[in-house]
Design a protein around this ligand. Structure first.
Ligand code: ATP
Length: 306
């Protein structure tokens, strides 16, 4: 059989705001977050395969190390769910080309799940609406709906209830990457430990942040960045504080641990500024590599059909 396939390109995210409510009785935290999709991408190819082959996954790209090539991969989980929900053929090839850091707080696994959902929708001409695809994605992981949506959006609930936000402008980011990831559940546990005994309010969207986005004001946005998981990520990985300090010293408009970390995202004013900070971070010895990106970008979209 000649295989047919499509490739979806899916962005990483940074959280411009991440506010964490108290630990719920279901073991999860209610969050309010503002996501921005940025120009670091995974390419996700899904193609038909011969009957009896099952789902086969292969992973390449700069950040493929440590990504499971088995049924625990979120891309495979997404394929299994799509097959079950829409009675699709059970034999598929999935190819991931990864550029998004793994366990970096940038939704890398979620991006791949989103790519599979959007890819299978296109490959089998299911005609699913974005809302329906986001709802399928939310069964795989909290960040999957945003990876489908892209742009700038508010996430509530577990971060999986997505509302696109009004935002102007384009923003330059310098990302300080760590050689070793942080597991999201450990960061939430550390957050609970640090906040023990405190009364925690329900999370709400930051008005100064939304105002900065509506105005396209990078300076105001830099000041309004907040992440309530940052103290926990820094407690588990003290070197993150040193990286944040380098950003302050080199005049970043704002610096923040992205999501559960350990990536630190710095907002900068322009290309020259990005270059200066990239050099400073690279020579500081406190980060393992530095990449540049801009945002917002589109969510998961098809870039090739064959
Ligand atoms: P988030 O920002 O959504 O909390 P993250 O970016 O910090 O997530 P991921 O890159 O999604 O973290 O990876 C977390 C773990 O999930 C990895 O350590 C890996 O074992 C597992 N994993 C499963 N599928 C994938 C995938 N397709 N890509 C990367 N990691 C995956």
């Amino acid at each position: 059989m000649r295989s047919r396939g499509v490739t979806a390109r899916v962005p990483a995210k940074v959280n411009l705001q991440l506010s964490v409510g108290p630990l719920g009785s279901d073991g999860f935290h209610e969050v309010t977050t503002v996501f921005q999709a940025i120009s670091l991408f995974d390419d996700v190819t899904v193609a038909t395969a011969d009957k009896g082959e099952g789902i086969k996954i292969s992973i390449t790209g700069q950040t493929s190390g440590g990504v499971p090539a088995d049924n625990s991969n979120l891309a495979v989980k997404a394929a299994q769910l799509m097959i079950k929900n829409y009675d699709l053929p059970q034999d598929l090839v999935i190819k991931l080309k990864k550029e998004i850091p793994v366990a970096g707080g940038m939704a890398g696994g979620s991006a791949d799940a989103a790519g599979v959902i959007v890819g299978l929708d296109s490959l089998f001409e299911l005609g699913l609406s974005r809302d329906v695809m986001e709802s399928v994605g939310s069964k795989i992981g909290s960040d999957v709906p945003f990876s489908i949506c892209g742009g700038v959006a508010i996430g509530t609930g577990r971060g999986d209830q997505i509302t696109p936000a009004l935002a102007k402008g384009s923003y330059n980011w310098v990302l300080a990457l760590s050689g070793q990831g942080l597991a999201t559940p450990s960061v939430y546990q550390e957050c609970d430990r640090l906040r023990e005994g405190l009364s925690i309010a329900a999370p709400v969207v930051s008005e100064p942040l939304m105002q900065a986005l509506r105005a396209g004001d990078a300076k105001a946005l830099g000041k309004a960045l907040t992440n309530e998981l940052q103290p926990a990520a820094c407690s588990l990985r003290p070197a993150l504080r040193l990286a944040l300090d380098v950003g302050v010293d080199y005049g970043a408009l704002g610096g923040i641990v992205s999501g559960s970390g350990p990536t630190v995202a710095f907002l900068v004013s322009d290309d020259d500024h990005a270059m200066d900070l990239t050099v400073a971070l690279s020579s500081s010895g406190v980060v393992s590599s530095v990449v540049r990106a801009s945002g917002p970008t589109n969510g998961a979209r098809i870039i090739e059909s064959f």
